[in-house]
Ligand binder design. Structure first.
Ligand code: WT7
Length: 645
């Protein structure tokens, strides 16, 4: 067997689960033995959820890139590590072998060093989905710099906020990025983000689209020039491998910003050893990965799914990861299926929103495509409705591929609840069972464990986790107190996920969605407060309130109730102005789907907006609005209800 810790039978799963709870230190020490350490750990686990303090493999020394690359070189130097499929199907595919990946990552680590980047420095990466993005991420990890990847859809303002919060000193970007029919001017957006920035010393620019860019003397350098120089340097100095920095198990590996219920995104921090072990363990077990298989995760590396299941999970397992630059619907809605056929994809991992959108094109785009290489299908990012689950299972998997519904979060590093492909049973729209090491608990709003079933026979509560797994977040960058209040203070002694959840009598879990003020739009996490802040920046806006509503394709849509004091032109133009403002402040992903102008908002006497009422109206369930007697002006509800879009 390739991975001694791969659980290939139901009994093995139950046995591992039991052992992981009975003695977590022994359980994870056994698994950690399968990785490459420069020095073994002194203590497997030290923790309390009060501060919180969580330390895995303390005293251990390692470098994650040696685990993702160097250790595979002996047997797999010529095997593909990354298969890259370009946006334009006419363009040539690139195959990056482990030997080539090693060379490029070492070379880029040298580039970073030449440009003054040191261990612990924060490097912001804002690139399209090109292999160089993976080289940049791994190059940072090689020298111990902390990468902070920002999704290409975020605006200059969002980037500026993140650069400031992380006190980043370096940026790696592209001239532009291709996504479907669009060409996104990444470097130009970076230039806007850098107006007023005081910390950035260097911007390294990779050429992808040949969009004209302004290169500022003394600050901006070309990737190609820097890489070439590093290459000749390697030749001159006879260095074949850039030495991997010795990292402490608990040194930060990266920061990834994510939205919460407050206005400002927080920088989730993951550390070297725990993150590596969790992404590897979950990759190998959830997908039942076998070496040689092609794993296609359709996410962008700008999100946690791409970090964990395009880069670190598959590569640490010596696997082959397919990286796709484009989008599922360009040049047509058969693109995923063309890619599956062309590269003989074995595992396809995508989001329910993509499945629902492709369902809308019918079966024609699938017709005649050879999907017989597929062995496992996966979903992630939001609850999957039963209709989409069955469509995926029948039309893509031909009922021959187990569907894994993987529940997790940016904060968890990798999957916490999922069936294991072909090993533990699936149940449509249920994430099913916790991975070994994960101890879920459903609590009511007072933090008491839910012990009574509801009228449907399920336990129904807020999803918490009782004890740390190796991949749990360690802090939020620069503000540990924020980490404590956000995740560990709502229910003392527990990690609170922010999700509502059902549990059946067999111990299966079904995530029902966020219970806090966070929306999940097309699998992207967006805080309502963030969107409100952006809308309120518009000069004609007095106040706004944002809620989610069910959307056929996106899962949730964004519904904004807005009070304006001045309309510029007609209603429609004002709405477009507001959308433009949100695009500028956050990015196009946060644009409201619906904007309703109102003369007031339902508020309590103490001035609190009653979102419950607004949510009900947006959901089209205004028949029963519950108790409105505590409202300052109950009349406003009728006005809002009658104006619903
Ligand atoms: C939130 C986390 C996990 C990486 C991508 C999103 C929702 C995620 C599922 C699933 C139901 C899911 C939750 C969670 N979610 N996966 N399989 N079933 N809901 O990461 O941006 O950190 O968002 O996505 O609500 O809290 P994220």
């Amino acid at each position: 067997m390739s991975y001694p810790y791969q659980l290939t039978t139901l009994d093995a799963y139950h046995d591992a689960y039991r052992r992981s709870v009975a003695d977590p230190e022994e359980f994870w020490a056994d698994i950690a033995e399968n990785f490459l350490w420069k020095k073994k750990w002194d203590k497997v686990l030290e923790w309390n959820f009060t501060e919180p303090k969580i330390e895995w493999f303390k005293g251990g020394k390692l470098n994650i890139t040696e685990n993702c690359i160097d250790r595979h070189l002996e047997l797999k130097a010529d095997d593909p590590a990354i298969i890259w499929e370009p946006n334009n199907p006419e363009e040539r595919t690139r195959i990056v072998t482990y030997a080539r990946l090693h060379k490029r990552v070492c070379q880029f680590a040298q580039v970073l060093k030449n440009n003054g980047v040191k261990k612990g420095d924060r490097v912001c990466i804002y690139m399209g989905m090109v292999p160089e993005l993976a080289y940049a991420v791994l190059g940072c990890a090689r020298i111990g710099a902390i990468h902070s990847v920002i999704f290409g859809g975020f605006s200059a303002q969002s980037i500026a906020d993140r650069l400031e919060d992380a006190q980043a000193t370096f940026i790696v970007t592209c001239d532009g990025a291709y996504r479907g029919g669009k060409d996104i001017p990444l470097k130009s957006i970076i230039d806007d983000a850098l107006i007023g920035n005081k910390t950035i010393q260097r911007v390294i620019v990779y050429t992808r689209t040949r969009t004209p860019v302004s290169m500022i003397k003394g600050r901006d350098v070309w990737w190609e020039d820097e890489m070439e120089f590093a290459e000749t340097q390697v030749e001159r100095e006879g260095v074949v491998s850039f030495p991997a920095e010795e990292m402490d198990a608990e040194d930060p590996l990266f920061i990834l910003y994510t939205s919460g219920s407050t206005g400002k995104p927080k920088g989730v921090v993951h550390t070297c050893a725990g993150y590596m072990i969790w992404t590897n363990y979950t990759f190998v077990n959830v997908f039942q990965y076998t070496p040689g298989e092609v794993h296609f995760c359709t996410a962008d590396i700008g999100w946690i799914t791409g970090h964990s299941y395009i880069v670190y999970g598959p590569l640490s397992a010596g696997g082959t990861s397919l990286m796709f630059e484009g989008i599922p619907t360009w040049p047509d809605a058969g693109r995923f299926w063309d890619i599956v056929q062309k590269h003989k994809v074995n595992i396809l991992y995508t989001a329910p929103t993509a499945i629902r959108s492709l369902m809308g094109f019918g079966l024609e785009p699938i017709d005649g495509k050879n999907l017989s290489s597929l062995r496992v299908l996966g979903t992630v990012g939001e609850p999957i409705n039963e209709e989409a689950w069955h469509w995926y299972n029948e039309n893509i998997g031909h009922k021959n591929c187990p569907v894994v519904d993987t529940w997790w979060q940016t904060e968890t590093a990798g999957t916490l609840i999922s069936n294991l492909a072909g090993v533990t049973p699936s149940k449509p729209s249920w994430a099913t069972l916790p991975l070994p090491g994960v101890q879920p608990l459903l609590v009511d709003e007072n933090g008491k464990e839910v012990t009574e079933k509801d009228e449907h026979g399920y336990y129904n509560g807020n999803l918490c986790i009782k004890a740390p797994w190796p991949g749990i977040l360690r802090t939020t960058y620069g503000d540990h107190e924020r980490c404590r209040t956000n995740y560990f203070a709502t229910y003392p002694g527990l990690y609170f996920t922010g999700d509502g959840c059902l549990k059946d009598e067999n111990g299966n879990y079904r995530i029902t969605g966020r219970v806090d003020d966070v929306l999940n739009v097309s699998g992207h996490r967006i805080g309502t407060a963030e969107v409100e802040n952006a809308i309120n920046m518009h000069s004609g806006v007095v106040e706004s309130a944002v809620v989610g509503y069910p959307h056929d394709i996106k899962g949730q849509g964004i519904y904004a109730y807005v009070i304006v004091n001045h309309k510029h032109g007609d209603d429609d133009l004002t709405k477009r102005d507001i959308n433009q403002t949100v695009s500028r402040i956050i990015g196009a992903i946060a644009k409201p789907d619906k904007i309703q102008f109102v003369s007031g908002l339902p508020k309590t006497r103490s001035g609190k907006i009653m979102r419950r009422i607004l949510r009900k109206i947006a959901e089209g369930e205004s028949g029963n609005l519950g108790d409105t007697s505590t409202l300052l002006d109950p009349g406003i509800v009728e006005e809002i209800r009658s104006g619903k879009l």
